[in-house]
Design a protein around this ligand. Sequence first.
Ligand code: C2O
Ligand code: CU
Ligand code: CU
Length: 503
Amino acid sequence: MDTHLQDMKRRDFLKIAGLTGGVLIGQHHISGQGRSSSKTAVAPDVILNLRAVLAEIPLVPGTPTQIWKYEGEVIQGSPDNLQALPNSFLGPTIRVRRGQTIRINFTNNLPEMTLMHWHGLHIPEAMDAHPRFTVASGQNYVYEFTVMNRAGTYWYHPHPDMRTGFQVYSGLAGLFIVTDNEEETLGLPSGEFDMPIVLQDRTFDANNQLVYQSNSMSGFVGDRILVNGRLTQSIDVAGKFYRLRFLNGSNSRFYKLAWSDGTPMTAIATDGGLLESPVQRPYLMLAPGERIEVIADFKAFPFKQRRQLISQTFSPMGNVGGGGDLPNGAAFPILTFRIRRRMADNFVLPQTLSTIVHYRLKDAVNAANPRTYPISFQMGNWLLNGRTFEMEGVAANETVGLNTLEAWDLSNQAGMMQMAHPIHIHLVQFQIIERQINASGAVNYEGVRYGYVDSGWKDVIMLMPGERARVLLRFEDFTGKFVYHCHILEHEDMGMMRNFQVI
Ligand code: C2O
Ligand code: CU
Ligand code: CU
C-alpha cells in the first residue's frame, strides 16, 4: 500500500476550532505539587483537552487495527496548537511557542493506568511523569507548565512503570513542537515544507492486529517500518528545500539514516533544538527517543526523480543478538521522496543557526571527580548505576544540588553482556563533551561514530557496546525526583531506570 504523506500537509490537518476559555471557571488541579503557586492565578495561553482512548484505524488493507490513541481539541489558543493526523496512530501534533503557558486537561479512557510525559521539556516534577504520578483508568490529571525550552522537536508519550513499552507500542505518542523568535528569523522551510518524520516499527498478525512480545534482553523490534503512524513508503515533494524533523519513536530500534545515493545528510538541530551551525555527515545515528532535524535539498535533485532515505547496516547488538525478521542494525528502505513539482526557492541555509553557551568541565562542581553511572547486566536484568528502578529510592550518588553544573560519565563498558543503549535524562538538556571506546568495541564503533551529532543540546545519548561518554548538565529551576533511564522501552520497563533528586 502506498499511502501518501501528501494529504497530511498542514493545510489538510483536521483543524478543530478553539472554544472559549469560559469553561475553565471552577476547574481545579488534580495535582499541583511542584508547581509554583504564583502561576496558578494566571490564565494559560493555551488550553488543550487530551484523552487516551481505544480506537481502530486502517493501517494495513483489510481489517482495521485496534490501537490506543491520543486525541484532543483546543479549548483556548489557536487551531494550530493541535493538529490531528488523519489515519495515523500518532496523537495530534502540539505546536506552541517558547514562553507560552500551556494547560492540558488529560483524561485516561484506557482500561489501565497511564500518565503523560513531555519528553525533553524542562518542567516541574509533578508535570514530568515520574512514574508515581499515575492516572488511574477513568481519571483526569491537569498538566500545566510554561514552555521554557528552545525551539525544537520534542514529543509526548506515556511513562508508567513497567507498561511504557506496551502503551507506546499500542499507539500512544505524539510530537510537541516548540517555536521561538530566534528560529523564525532564520527563514527555515515552513508550512508544508516543515515535515515531521516519526519512525516506528511494528509487527502485524494475519488479522492486521499489532503483535507485541516484550523481549527484556534485546528489546522488541517489529518487521514493518511506520512513518508518521502509517505504512507510508513514499511522499510526493516539491523540488525545494525541506526541513525534516526526525523522531525515533520506536521502542528499541536504532536507525542509521542516509540518502541511498550517498549525498551527505545536513543536520541543523538535535534533541534540544538548533545547532550553532549546520553539520554534514555521511549518515546520522538515531537511537530510540532521539530527534534530529535535517535540511533536505530536493531542489538540487532532478525533476521527476526519486530520492530514497534508507537505514544502513551496523552492529548495535554486541553479544546480545535477537530481533526477529528485521533485526536491529539490518539495512532497509525507509521512505522514497518523489520530486513531483517544481517551485521557485531562494532559500540559502544560514551558516549561523543559533548560539549555544558551552559548558566547561572546570565549572562543574564535581569536575575533579565526575559521577559514573555504569550500564550492566546481572541475572537477567539490565542495571543502571548497578541497580534497578525503585519508585522512591535515590542512591547516595543520585542526589544533585539545585543551580549546579555536574559532570556525569555514562559507561557502557561493564559486564559480560553488552549492546547499544540510549540513555535519557529527564528535566535537563545536556552537552556531550567526550566519548571513548574500548578495544573490544572499536570495530563496530567505526560503523556508527560518524553519525553522532554531539555539538547540540541533547536529552538522549546513544552508547555503543564498549563506549563511555562524559556529559555536562545544569540543574535549574525545579527540585524533586526525576528519572534517568534507558530509552529502549523494554529495558526501562524491566527497571533500567533510576531516580535522581534535585535538592
Ligand atoms: Cu521519552 Cu522518560 O522518556
Ligand atoms: Cu523524557
Ligand atoms: Cu537499554
